[in-house]
Design a protein around this ligand. Structure first.
Ligand SMILES: [Zn+2]
Length: 214
């Protein structure tokens, strides 16, 4: 990782993640995690909601890893829930924009909605992290969200993918856009030695299950 990417987590992202952690683990659980991660973060005065990048990637990844280790078998599920909760925190901040997006999408097929929401996530990430390579790939009825220099698993090594926060966030965004439960799988992960993190959505398999609600 080059030095440009040091201290690279946006304040807003850290803030949303901390709020989501508090929501899922409760005040005490969140405090215990921040303490055992030995991070200099005060939950009572959260970082501001802007894209200044002052938090180190390794601290962010370490915080998430601490949750995974602390909660053992339940760790992945809990991180997934924290990812889902982060989406709702972001949606609450932009009610007007999101209402408009929903109205526009009501005329679209589920595949179009999924593509739209993934592109929207990618667009936001690119604006916040201009050095990060991030893109959408469509192949064989599957869409994949692909990210190099992922901050969720930054510096980690693991025999299997560990970006549970990302899969939770993406699956909840797809749920919001389609009103259906559609599985998102992380099929490659930097932590597992892959060149990038890749979250795959199988749009074809679910086609028959999806009915438009409006
Ligand atoms: Zn990953």
């Amino acid at each position: 990782m080059d030095s440009e990417n040091d201290a690279a987590v946006a304040k807003a992202q850290f803030r949303h993640t901390l709020l989501a952690i508090r929501q899922v683990l409760g005040e005490k659980g969140a405090k215990d995690i921040v303490q055992s991660a030995k991070l200099d973060v005060k939950l009572a005065s959260l970082p501001p909601d802007n894209s200044d990048r002052t938090f180190k990637e390794q601290d962010y990844a370490h915080l998430l890893h601490t949750i995974e280790v602390t909660y053992g078998e339940r760790g992945p599920q809990i991180l997934n829930r924290i990812g889902k909760e982060s989406l709702h925190i972001i949606l609450r901040d932009q009610p007007g924009l999101m209402g408009t997006a929903k109205r526009v999408m009501s005329l679209w097929s589920p595949e179009q909605r999924i593509e739209f929401i993934l592109e929207a996530i990618i667009d936001t990430q690119r604006k916040t992290y201009p050095q990060t390579e991030i893109w959408l790939e469509g192949k064989d009825g599957k869409l994949a969200y692909i990210e190099q220099n992922c901050i969720v698993c930054y510096g980690r090594q693991s025999p299997k993918p560990v970006c549970y926060l990302t899969t939770g966030f993406i699956s909840e965004a797809i749920h919001w856009a389609t009103e259906k439960e559609i599985e998102v799988k992380e099929t490659a992960c930097t932590a597992a030695g892959d060149a990038y993190c890749r979250c795959t959505v199988d749009t074809a398999i679910h086609r028959s299950n999806i009915t438009l609600s409006d």
